[in-house]
Every structure is written in structure tokens, then in C-alpha cells.
Design a protein around this ligand. Structure first.
Ligand code: FES
Ligand code: FE2
Length: 448
């Protein structure tokens, strides 16, 4: 952990800025055998889109490890150590085979689990191929994404199916975007709702909807046992009180409600607009690997564009490095704000305030998880409900409060009540939960 350094107090203090301050390695270094790397390896991580698995192998780097991913002709997905365990040729030049992948150099054939099936140049009685295995990781394909478990085999957790990922009548389109910076600064963004007011609204122009510029009342909640953080972000907009719940599930999953939400009518628990992971590539590169959601309740103003979602693209402003440098300067977005923190944000040079409460809670939660794993414990995870889904809270509730006072204390009270209703109903199936939230939210407001 890095301590805050003393900051200068007089103007024109450039010369006195601290220069020899390093990043917080405990939270930011993710390679093999690092504390954070070991912690992150205890969770299933998405590594690519299934559409990237063609007839050619895909070179990947995940958490500092060079890998190759492929789908063999029998349909099995393999994620293997990239360098051939014969003499190190990269398997990105391998031949995807009926079963497994064949190294181009001397034809060794590797199955998806790393078993060496053939060493064709060796004598027929050679036992070399049976004397060891090639490095491989378990995989899981889910809704257009490929997930990998890179931790110790004995501690592999259940694959978590979050409730938002199997909603009825909900379409999910996968996407993946490269961010050339450390994973943590990408991971932190969803628990910082104040950037929506400034970056996405007031500082240049409204990126999504003008209502985002209303200063909200925000309260953060650590999920019991250090399993994540969610927040109630409550705004008054005309006759409506809009409570928005963003959430982060440790270590690197986050959900944001409707990107194009417009609080122009009552809505009761419209769920995630996107679900995403911030997956470390190495210490200074990250992939956002995610889905955009589409259903009849999201994006009622029709601003989304399905055709603009996929590899290195998503259909809202400022999310990728594809714009020109000048465009990024004129209307900066999430990409510029996060990548612009530098290759690895140096926490000791920052000065957190009240609005960064979520960031501080997230860092503390991660540190506790990292240390728990170092001490030989399993990191905390959210258990599924009877439906088999891991319950989440992300969503928007918009209630008509008419001419009710605009007092911010009252706003906070209503937001808190909406958040409580949402968490208290988490074990109900989706439609029942939604109906219950509507009933209870309306009853609460009518009694104010
Ligand atoms: S280096 Fe791969 S088979 Fe020889
Ligand atoms: Fe943002």
C-alpha cells in the first residue's frame, strides 16, 4: 500500500511536485505470482469474443501470460500457453486441427487440455509425449464470449451466471475494447457516478442525455463480506425522482443501467444497459470485455446502434481509441479519462474527496480480497439464488414525485428506500421482482 505524499501548498509548485513516487503494486501488478495476479486468477475471466475464433489461432495476452486461443474442428475451445513446449515456436502459427492444434515447426499436436497427442518426428517407441503436458486452461463459452479459469485447478469456482445475463426477451451483443492502461483505473470507473455529471454532461456537452448533468445524491454500499460495491445515484429531474444503481462485483465485473436512459416517465427496475469485465492484459494494458443489452425497456429514444458493437467498437461516445486525438481533446470520453491517467495511475499523487468514496471502497475491497487469498482463503463470492443466478442490483427506478419538495435530504431518503427495495427483492424471479419493486416503490412515494 502506498501512502499519500505531502503535496505543495504554494502556487507555481511544479518544481516541488513529488517525482519518485511509484504505483501501488499490491493493487496494480497482475502477473503470475503477484498478490493481485493470484487473486484475479481465482475468478473466471473473459478473454475474447467467440467470433475471434476462426480457422486461425488467436494470440492473446491475459494477466501477463502469452496464450493462444482456438476452436478445433470438433468445436472444442482451447486456451494454451502460446509457446510450444517442444522448442518454443508460437502456436499462433499453429494449424487448427480436427482435434487440438498442431505446431507448425515439428508438427506436435496438442489437445485443448494440453495433452500432447502426437510428436510425429520422434521414434515410434518414444514416450516423450506421455511424460508431461502442455500448459492449458479450462474454458467456457457463454453468449458470444470465451471465459478462462487461470487459477489453481483445485480452487476453480462455479461459473457465475449473473441474473442480468439470462433475462427473458433480452438480447446481448458482445464487444471488446482495448485500453492501453492499467486494469484498476478502468475497473474503478463504474463506482464513480460523479464523472457522469461532469465528463458526460457539464464539461463539454451531454454525451447521452441532458438529465445526467443534474447533481445527484449518491450513497455507496459495500456488498456484505466484501463481494463488491453498489451505489444509489438519485437525481431529481422535473417531476421525476430517478434512482440509478450502478454496481461492481469483485474483482472486475461491473454493470451500468441504460446508457440512454431518459427520466421522462415512470420506470421500475429497467435493468443493465451493459455488463462488463476489466480484464488485465498486462500491467499497462486492459481489455473491456462486455455485452450491450437490448430489450423493449431500454433505450426508448432509439439512440443505440447494434451494428456499432463488436471488436473495438461500441455504440456510445468516447469509449475507444478510434477517434482522432483532436476529437478526444475536444469532447473527451471515458477512454480519454481513464487512459489519460497514465500507464498506471499513481495513487499516492491523487487526492480523493467525498465523490471518490466508491473508488476508495473498491480499492479497500480489492486489498482485502488479495490478502485473503495470500492467507490461503478463498475470495468471497456472491452465492446464486434458487434459480441458479447470481443476484445483482443494477437498474433504474424512476418514480413520479410531482411537486414534492426538491430537498436533497428527501432525495437521499427516497434513493435509499428504492435501493433497499431492490436489494430486499433480489431472491425473486425477474418478473416477480420487478412487479414487487413497482408495488413497493409506488406505495412508498404515495405515503411521503
Ligand atoms: S517447436 Fe513446436 S513442434 Fe517443435
Ligand atoms: Fe463513463
Amino acid at each position: 500500500m502506498t501512502d499519500q505524499v505531502a503535496m505543495p501548498r504554494e502556487p507555481y509548485a511544479g518544481y516541488h511536485q513529488p517525482h519518485d513516487v511509484r504505483e501501488d503494486a499490491e493493487l496494480t501488478h497482475i502477473g503470475p505470482n503477484t498478490p493481485c495476479g493470484e487473486y484475479l486468477r481465482r475468478f473466471w475471466q473473459p478473454v475474447c469474443l467467440t467470433e475471434q475464433l476462426t480457422d486461425l489461432p488467436l494470440a492473446l495476452t491475459i494477466m501477463g501470460e502469452d496464450l493462444v486461443a482456438f476452436r478445433d474442428k470438433a468445436g472444442q475451445i482451447g486456451v494454451l500457453n502460446r509457446h510450444c513446449s517442444h522448442r518454443g515456436t508460437s502456436l499462433e502459427y499453429g494449424i487448427v486441427s480436427d482435434r487440438g492444434i498442431r505446431c507448425c515447426y515439428h508438427g506436435w499436436l496438442f489437445d485443448v487440455d494440453g495433452t500432447i497427442l502426437e510428436t510425429p518426428g520422434e521414434p515410434p517407441d518414444s514416450r516423450l509425449k506421455d511424460s508431461f503436458v502442455h500448459g492449458a486452461y479450462p474454458t467456457r463459452e457463454f453468449k458470444g464470449l470465451v471465459f478462462v479459469y487461470m487459477g489453481p485447478p483445485g480452487t476453480m469456482p462455479e461459473f457465475p451466471v449473473f441474473d442480468t445475463l439470462e433475462l427473458p426477451d433480452n438480447e446481448m451483443i458482445p464487444y471488446a475494447i482495448h485500453y492501453p492502461c492499467n486494469w484498476l483505473q478502468v475497473n474503478e470507473n463504474p463506482v464513480d457516478p460523479y464523472h457522469s455529471v461532469f465528463l458526460h454532461s457539464r464539461v463539454t456537452e451531454a454525451h447521452f442525455n441532458v438529465s445526467w448533468g443534474a447533481l445527484p445524491v449518491v450513497e455507496w454500499h459495500v456488498k456484505e463480506g466484501g463481494k463488491g460495491v453498489h451505489l444509489t445515484n438519485t437525481r431529481r429531474w422535473k417531476d421525476y425522482l430517478w434512482t440509478r444503481i450502478n454496481e461492481w462485483v469483485a474483482p472486475n465485473f461491473a454493470q451500468t443501467p441504460d446508457i440512454y436512459q431518459n427520466p421522462d416517465r415512470e420506470k421500475f427496475f429497467v435493468r443493465a444497459g451493459l455488463s462488463k469485465w476489466a480484464v488485465p492484459v498486462d500491467d499497462t494494458n486492459t481489455m473491456i470485455i462486455a455485452w450491450r443489452h437490448f430489450n423493449d425497456e431500454l433505450d426508448l429514444d432509439g439512440k443505440s446502434d447494434r451494428s456499432d458493437i463488436g471488436l473495438n467498437k461500441v455504440d456510445f461516445l468516447g469509449q475507444t481509441g478510434a477517434r482522432s486525438y483532436e476529437d478526444g481533446q475536444r469532447i473527451p470520453g471515458d477512454y480519454e479519462a481513464q487512459v489519460g491517467q497514465g500507464p498506471i495511475n499513481i495513487h499516492a499523487l491523487g487526492n480523493l474527496g467525498y465523490t471518490d468514496t466508491g473508488v476508495a471502497l473498491l480499492r479497500r475491497t480489492l486489498r482485502e480480497g488479495i490478502r485473503a487469498v495470500q492467507e490461503g482463503n478463498d475470495p468471497p463470492t456472491i452465492p446464486p439464488t434458487n434459480s441458479g443466478h447470481v443476484p445483482t442490483q443494477c437498474g433504474d427506478v424512476i418514480v413520479n414525485v410531482g411537486s414534492l419538495s426538491e430537498d436533497r435530504e428527501l432525495q437521499a431518503k427516497i434513493g435509499r428506500a428504492m435501493g433497499k427495495i431492490i436489494t430486499e427483492t433480489e431472491s425473486l424471479p425477474y418478473r416477480e421482482r420487478k412487479a414487487e419493486i413497482e408495488k413497493r416503490a409506488k406505495a412508498y412515494v404515495s405515503e411521503l
